[in-house]
Design a protein around this ligand. Structure first.
Ligand code: APR
Length: 171
């Protein structure tokens, strides 16, 4: 199975790329964004400053610096406003565009956090199926990416993604 769901800290993953749930400035923040910048060191912010920000649902790539991962793919997920402002499509785009960048950079392995389900308040039970459907669909035709890990930081998130994967496999 090319898709794994695990509990862990994404800054410890030695995958070719890890994805950062960033904000549109790409200048760091709290949550997983803060953890990745702390672990990567100050050079990550220096490179991010050259990128000119990033639109919601888009993705930009940098080196991983002191992280075990080779690259960091930064994507601002959507802020949840209730579901009537294209949040689902933008969340799908964040996963898709991150995988597209990983493919373009010959990455075989990619680790994702649960984008938008923290500070951005995207409901976990809606986000998990969107994330997994997007990843599984991409993997059907991917040439380089062949191993994707959803790295869940807590048990609630882990349970939501495991439930979503079972529901998808049951289809
Ligand atoms: N490894 C993996 N997942 C983590 C880690 C970590 N080290 N730290 C936090 N997470 C998880 C959170 O528990 C949550 O499940 O990442 C998920 C996404 O939560 P946030 O980091 O809050 O990201 P998001 O909801 O997308 O909000 C983005 O928060 O930190 C700021 O700069 C960021 O403004 C942006 C906003």
């Amino acid at each position: 199975m090319p898709l794994h769901i695990e509990k862990g800290d994404i800054t410890t993953y030695p995958t070719d790329a890890i994805v950062n749930a960033a904000n549109r400035t790409l200048l760091g923040g709290g949550g997983v964004d803060g953890a990745i910048h702390r672990a990567a060191g100050p050079e990550l912010l220096e490179e991010c400053k050259t990128l000119g920000g990033c639109e919601t649902g888009e993705a930009k790539i940098t080196k991983g610096y002191r992280l075990p991962a080779k690259y960091v793919i930064h994507t601002p997920g959507p802020i949840w406003y209730g579901g009537t402002r294209g949040e689902a499509e933008r969340l799908c785009a964040s996963y898709y565009n991150s995988l597209r960048l990983a493919e373009e950079h010959d990455c075989a392995s990619v680790a994702f956090p649960s984008i938008s389900t923290g500070v951005y308040h995207f409901p976990l039970d809606l986000a998990a199926p969107i994330a997994l459907e997007t990843i599984l669909s991409f993997l059907e035709t991917a040439k380089c990416v062949r191993d994707v890990t959803m790295v869940c930081f807590d048990d609630k998130t882990l349970a939501a993604y495991e439930k979503a994967l079972q529901a998808l496999q049951g289809k």
